[in-house]
Design a protein around this ligand. Structure first.
Ligand SMILES: NC(=O)c1ccc[n+]([C@@H]2O[C@H](COP(=O)([O-])OP(=O)(O)OC[C@H]3O[C@@H](n4cnc5c(N)ncnc54)[C@H](O)[C@@H]3O)[C@@H](O)[C@H]2O)c1
Length: 252
């Protein structure tokens, strides 16, 4: 019960890595609000959390819409009686060669990954401050450090999240708010399908993963979730402005 008494808003946590965090946060005793654009999957995530015996609520939220993020933060603060942790997972990946990459696709990728993170921080910071401090956790990617062919826009957006996290950590430290980013490597969710297609399919992707990941396989969402739990817990109280890689050794 490492998060006993903690009140957390998890944005973009209906599926994948975020949903694994819902389960890990609930197992560790946090009360939760889950915000996501996918309302059906969000309702399932809420039920999973409640099955662990914790308070959990859901709210529909589009992170591309400033008012929607503002409302999700206000809802969480009201339902939970305050906010100690805000973790942002929402992401969008599209791939393509640079010569034909559409500006609209570039904008869509930045809209969810980077601009969404900004809105979460803009409203989340005040809520965490009202609670006397807390933990703000962003989700970047190994792609934000080194990228890959066909992933220029996604890599740029995730690189922006890293820079944003570092700057925000310095800005919010006087308010006792820690800000860190989790950088997953290759994690087995359908999110990566566009990248796998771009690499030539599942077999080619499998060979690449074997070659570049020292542990020789993709990770699972459940193997990433404990990093978020750690960053939300008091065990990480002296850790801020960091990029925490969960990547099977890919970056070395
Ligand atoms: N899977 C990987 O290998 C991997 C690697 C590095 C980083 N990441 C990052 O981890 C995060 C989660 O990815 P995942 O693999 O769990 O994929 P996922 O598709 O399961 O999760 C993304 C979540 O974001 C939500 N979302 C998308 N657009 C939204 C919007 N406009 N408003 C609100 N919610 C929205 C989706 O509904 C979903 O619940 C993403 O930020 C992704 O970039 C994933």
């Amino acid at each position: 019960m490492r998060l006993s008494g903690k009140r957390a808003l998890l944005i973009g946590a209906a599926t994948g890595i975020g949903r694994a965090c819902v389960e890990d946060f609930a197992r560790n005793g946090a009360s939760l609000v889950i915000a996501d654009i996918n309302e059906a999957a969000m309702a399932e995530a809420v039920e999973l959390a409640r099955a662990q015996g914790v308070v959990a609520h859901g709210i529909a939220c589009d992170v591309g819409d400033e008012a929607s993020v503002r409302d999700a933060v206000a809802f969480a603060e009201k339902q939970l009686g305050g906010l100690d942790t805000l973790a942002f997972f929402a992401g969008l990946m599209r791939t393509g060669a640079i010569d034909t990459f559409e500006a609209a696709t570039w904008d869509a990728i930045f809209n969810v990954n980077a601009r969404g993170t900004f809105f979460a921080a803009k409203y989340g910071a005040a809520a965490l401050r009202r609670a006397g401090g807390g933990s703000f956790i962003t989700t970047s990617s190994l792609a934000g450090l080194r990228g890959a062919p066909g992933m220029t826009a996604y890599a740029a957006a995730k690189g922006a999240v890293i820079a944003f996290t570092t700057a925000l950590a310095q800005e919010l430290a006087p308010s006792n708010i820690r800000v860190n980013s989790v950088l997953p490597g290759w994690i087995d969710t359908p999110f990566n399908n566009p990248a796998i297609d771009h690499m030539g399919g599942a077999r080619a992707h499998g060979e690449i993963v074997q070659r570049i990941v020292p542990l020789g396989r993709q990770g699972t969402p459940a193997e990433v979730a404990p990093m978020y739990t750690f960053l939300a817990s008091e065990e990480s109280r002296y850790i801020t402005a960091k990029s925490m890689m969960v990547d099977g050794g890919m970056a070395h």
